[in-house]
Ligand binder design. Sequence first.
Ligand code: ACM
Ligand code: ZN
Length: 612
Amino acid sequence: MRKSIAILAAAAALIASCTPEAQEEPRVISIIPEPEHIQLAEGSFTAGPSLMIHLDEDTPEMQRVAGFLTEKLSTAAGIKAGFTEETDRPGTVYFMNAGLPEECYELRVEPERIVIDYGTPSGAFYAIQSLLQLFPQEIFETKPVKGVKWSVPCVSIEDRPRFPYRGMHLDCCLHFFEMDFLKKYIDIMALHKVNRFHWHLTEDQGWRLEIKKYPLLTEKGQWRKETVVGSLYSGIYDGKPHGGYYTQEEVKELVQYAAERYVTIVPEIEMPGHALAAIACYPELSCGLEDHYETATKWGIFKQVYCPKEETFKFLEDVLEEVFELFPSEYIHIGGDECPKTSWKQCPHCQALIKKEHLKDEYELQSWFIRRMEKFINSRGRQIIGWDEILEGGLAPNACVMSWLGEEGGIKAAQQYHKVVMAPYPKYYLDYWQADPDSEPLAMGGPTTLKTMYTYNPVPEVLTPEEQKYIMGVEGCVWTEYMPTPARVEYMAWPRMCAIAEAGWSRTEKDWEGFTERLEEHLPRLDALGVGYSKAFFNPFIEAHKDTEYSKVITMSVDAPHAEIRYTLDGSAPTAQSALYEGPFAINRQQRVTAAAFRNGEQIGETKYKEF
Ligand code: ACM
Ligand code: ZN
């Protein structure tokens, strides 16, 4: 389907016919995630100094929502929009409560006015995210921009989300990230209509959430004495302590900040595994098989887990009481993943408990643990969500499963009529390589390319239509083993997260070509916002496939649309005149494939190479 091209052509026609004085290049309608219905019309609306905003419901919340539009207009365009009560004034953006369902909106741009119909403020907020993406890309600049005509093509959009849960995760334990970065992270999520921030706060390698009743968790548990360099197998350490935590005041501030952008923060408190930082502070929470416990300094899975004794449940319930106070989220993530049973097998208490509760084995003990915690969490009016392993030994009655071990867990849970969020590795794992590992920074595995993420269907076809209704949404996971800095997080997360955001929101049919056309228009917005995304989109991805001892078969691809790959085999840099890649070919041991992508005779990305 070539919808974007069709819209491009229409846009070109309207610019030619309706704004003859303007010589702008025709622009594609490049909203990400793609709206459900877009109808282009003739003409355009131009925002100027007399722009006004009309609020049908003049509430503090709607004033704040409109502020997300006026702030951008003011910062980039220098247009200070005022508010008007007039209902028929040219040059006005009207926000009208039309009783639409939650998060839904309709947006009509006419030459004289813009009308935003919504039902809940979140719908108006999402209309603004789309409207901003109809303006020239410079609207996202964080400083004044001169010489831009602030026009929006006349268009009629009807839009609604595919899934209620559209999530993005960030692990702040393997590496700690400051508040300012978290706010920016949430801003960029909200731009893409992502509405759940899954905040990974406790781990073997560090505890990051202030708990007033257990001050050691942050005084001591935030710290690890050093961090492994390279992969967890390197055996080489940096010798530098790593720490950091969020005070409860900071948490409240971030929860509020996110809520104002219609993002709910889902906190994750890991249990019964990934608990070593807490156990290092309070060893009595463990099975007590070792005389010394220390916060982990490398990645992986650790056998020191919570022992299911009354002391531990008291601790976890106390921690959660403070979590409930801080986080209004309906769902509380209780982890549940990667809990080795080694300690429980050796622990007299655990073994006696298995007997007493007539459990079959340690897997049923894990299920018993989670059920008990679920009962407590439900008693406080909240629901649990946990990784696949909460299926082990039987799912707790009301649990939602976050399916990460491929699709299997999600399928099983949906078949049992439990809600599911699809976050499968490696498809939705943003810590996996996005391009050729030979020339990328260290990552977890892969590669999982943009195209792989985009084309993944998060609703497994083996599910019946009834079971499919239990797929509540999707999430992109950002585990930060190999992302010690905000810059590295942004590089790994974007633009691949655009593909996941689109899977979460858009009801339109998948269209890889159309997506890449919109994405190329979208990337300058991320530039303007200072997001250090990966530019692998413009580079050739050269793959050398195993063949004989003396040959490899080469395939190449590039994501950027309307591009061709030119290459050499003698080590020289390719030019627009070099051989054109037209299909797979074999190379020998003494050849080196050097390639770059070109469009209209100009190189558009980096030069890449591959040899034996
Ligand atoms: C996970 O990646 N351990 C959920
Ligand atoms: Zn035990």
